[in-house]
Design a protein around this ligand. Structure first.
Ligand SMILES: [Zn+2]
Ligand SMILES: [Zn+2]
Length: 173
């Protein structure tokens, strides 16, 4: 069977679908722990090779509000098109031009390496500022207590918050 998220031309010839497991190690993603990853694709072969399907995985993330670690499951659409041949942008010095066509990848030689494509899809799926839950209350800006575990005794915002205090002092300058 196919291994290492790499499909040789020989294998591609025989395949019209593909599924494989992955984790952070197999896709070379050091920054975010990924477990239970699975890619399931159908492969349409013609002038282009179209890889269409889903990736699912569990990511261990740090909440942007409260700073606690939590696990989140993802199930995302996956779409990539591969063209056999030389990338016409390869001779151009500006790599920016290639970004217009991120979904379309040129490949040569022995086959298609899905590793980078999966890594990219995983990174894209994960929000920039993940939340451990929709209503995470975050930490108190004064004492730093995680408010998901209960209130602290600091003066509450709203009414006489720091902004009002600040503006008041400013006015009396
Ligand atoms: Zn949180
Ligand atoms: Zn507090």
């Amino acid at each position: 069977m196919v291994k290492d998220l790499f499909l040789t031309l020989e294998e591609l010839k025989e395949l019209d679908s593909y599924s494989e497991d992955f984790d952070s190690e197999t896709i070379g993603l050091d920054e975010i722990p990924i477990t239970g990853g699975r890619i399931t694709l159908t492969i349409t072969k013609g002038e282009l090779f179209i890889f269409q399907g889903r990736i699912s995985f569990t990511a261990r993330l740090v909440c942007a509000r409260c700073g606690e670690e939590f696990e989140q499951e993802f199930d995302e659409e996956f779409h990539r098109e591969y063209i056999f041949g030389r990338d016409p942008y390869d001779s151009l010095p500006q790599v920016e031009l290639r970004r217009q066509d991120l979904d379309r990848v040129y490949f040569q030689d022995i086959g298609i390496d899905l590793k980078g494509a999966i890594r990219e899809a995983v990174i894209t799926a994960i929000p920039m500022a993940p939340h451990c839950r929709e209503d995470c209350r975050g930490v108190c800006p004064i004492c730093g207590k995680n408010l998901n575990y209960g209130d602290c005794s600091c003066p509450k915002e709203g009414g006489g918050g720091w902004l009002e205090e600040f503006l008041k002092n400013k006015r009396s300058d």
